[in-house]
Design a protein around this ligand. Structure first.
Ligand code: FRU
Length: 280
């Protein structure tokens, strides 16, 4: 199991989901690697797993381009590779499991357009744009906002916080310093939305701004919604349990789908207590 970093709660949860699912099977042993947010380290760790002769590799890659080759080399050497959450380029892997980030971005855009009634100033804090969820959450968001048909909506600031709360806080400080009016912050993940809220609170402006994130971990995003810090967050499932199910199917010699799409749910103040509302 090659994890790109364990500095964020969502990734700790992914490893935990893999561990819990694997522990149900006495014939499985999982070797966990943490690349500490370095694509170079992650590449070396994948190569190491190949040399060790593992039977299946599960990987959640940091960035698409640098991890494409090591994944393809493992796959071509006959080691099945299951990719989680962030994509590599091309199709040289066994299966990809993840939620539809374009769809989640689109739903976030739609929610913001409707909540603002087609009128308002928006800040977008993007994830790492060399990773596919950052690209997809941005593209879907623009589709869902429908700026062309809603001239009253405006993105007044957009920054790349690379998924990290401290960066989001810094970007938001710039957004606040250069904009007297901000109505909504859309951050590509909950740590980003929380970082933006911290900056707004320090400036005494958190009450006038709505905050929208993605991930909705029970002990992170869902809790922020309960506390009134976030106004909305969309579930981004880790896929850890599904990865173990598919690993077992592969080891039994079964055919598995090339692409497994996981669902999402919307958590707001009204729906958080009942576990969010599924998005169909
Ligand atoms: C954790 C994370 C999540 C986000 C995902 C996107 O590293 O930033 O917060 O949803 O990665 O790949």
């Amino acid at each position: 199991m090659s994890q790109c970093n364990l500095g964020e709660p969502w990734r700790v949860q992914m490893d935990a989901d893999v561990r819990v699912a694997a522990d149900r099977h006495a014939n499985l042993r999982v070797i966990f690697k943490d690349a500490q947010n370095s694509s170079l380290t992650q590449r070396a760790q994948v190569e190491e797993l190949v040399e060790q002769g593992v039977d299946v590799i599960i990987i959640s890659p940091k960035e698409a381009a640098p991890l494409t080759r090591p994944v393809a080399e493992a796959y071509q050497r006959g080691i099945p590779v299951i990719i989680l959450d962030r994509q590599v380029q091309g199709d040289q892997y066994t299966t990809f499991i993840g939620a539809d980030n374009v769809r989640i971005g689109r739903e976030a855009g739609k929610w913001i357009r409707e909540t603002l009634g087609g009128q308002g100033k928006i800040v977008e804090l993007k994830g790492l744009m060399t990773s596919t969820p950052g690209q997809d959450r941005n593209r879907g968001f623009l589709e869902g906002l429908e700026l062309d048909g809603n001239p009253g909506l405006e993105i007044v600031f957009s920054g790349e916080m690379q998924w990290l709360e401290p960066n989001a806080r810094g970007e938001m400080e710039s957004a606040l310093a250069t904009n007297d009016e901000i109505d909504v912050v859309y951050a590509h993940n909950d740590p980003g939305a929380h970082g933006a809220w911290l900056a707004a609170r320090a400036a005494g402006r958190e009450e006038e701004i709505q905050f929208v994130g993605i991930d909705a971990l029970p002990h992170e995003g869902q809790q922020y919604v309960q506390q009134g810090i976030l106004d909305a967050t969309f579930l981004y499932p880790t896929g850890g349990e599904e990865a173990i199910d598919l690993a077992l199917a592969i080891l039994r010699g079964e055919e598995v789908p090339k692409h497994v799409v996981l669902g999402t749910r919307l958590f707001t103040g009204e729906t958080v207590a009942e576990g969010g509302r599924p998005i169909r």
